[in-house]
Design a binder for this molecule. Sequence first.
Ligand code: SAM
Length: 228
Amino acid sequence: MNYKVYNNDCVIGMQELQRETVDAIITDPPYNITRDNNFKSMGRAGIDFGEWDKEFNLVSWIPISIDKVKKGGNVIIFTDWKSTTPIIEELEKNNCEVKDMIRVEKSNPMPRNRDRRFITDYEIAIWAVKKGAKWTFNRQLETYERPLIKTKVTPKSEKIEKGHPTQKNIETMEWLIERLTNERDVVLDPFMGSGTTGVACNNLNRRFIGYELDRNYYSMAKSRLLIV
Ligand SMILES: C[S@@+](CC[C@H](N)C(=O)[O-])C[C@H]1O[C@@H](n2cnc3c(N)ncnc32)[C@H](O)[C@@H]1O
């Protein structure tokens, strides 16, 4: 069995996992960025992703997650640039060394009020390693690798109906998984949403453990992972 996915609160669910049995965490937790705005008319869903993105505790899930990672395991956490400091501090408190900030650049970003703001054409992910052993780093180029993923917004073809409101694209997750894990490794995503990390794991022969609180997103993930 290559996947284990659960419709559960990850903090409760992860208590069942053995300590230091997971090779990597690759996750995209809520960012707490849901806000009122006036841009629904620009084809943008507005910045209201749903209740799950309100009053989310950005760090409470980190200690139990890191407890499940092997020494030397890679940890990737997507977040909003304004939230990097508390997350980095919590990782450091939990025996991790923060290595880098990986940028995801989109060639076709969503429209925004161009007279008042720069367009948001990027996302970021914190890369850390659990101390105590060598980490996996599978360089894909002859030369130095930049911590930069050049991609597009998630295409409709990757979505079930309207998809998840903050669905990552598969290309981004594959880029990370190829470089930071090995074949047959176990990848944990405590906030899997529609299961994109799992789909990328499937494509690249990695094992996957995912949690998702919302029943609809969990069903989406199961469909994408072809679990009946
Ligand atoms: C940013 S989204 C992840 C989207 C995902 N990367 C994708 O491609 O579909 C974060 C998800 O975490 C879920 N979530 C929030 N709190 C949770 C918790 N305590 N345990 C499990 N899932 C949770 C939300 O329902 C939401 O779907």
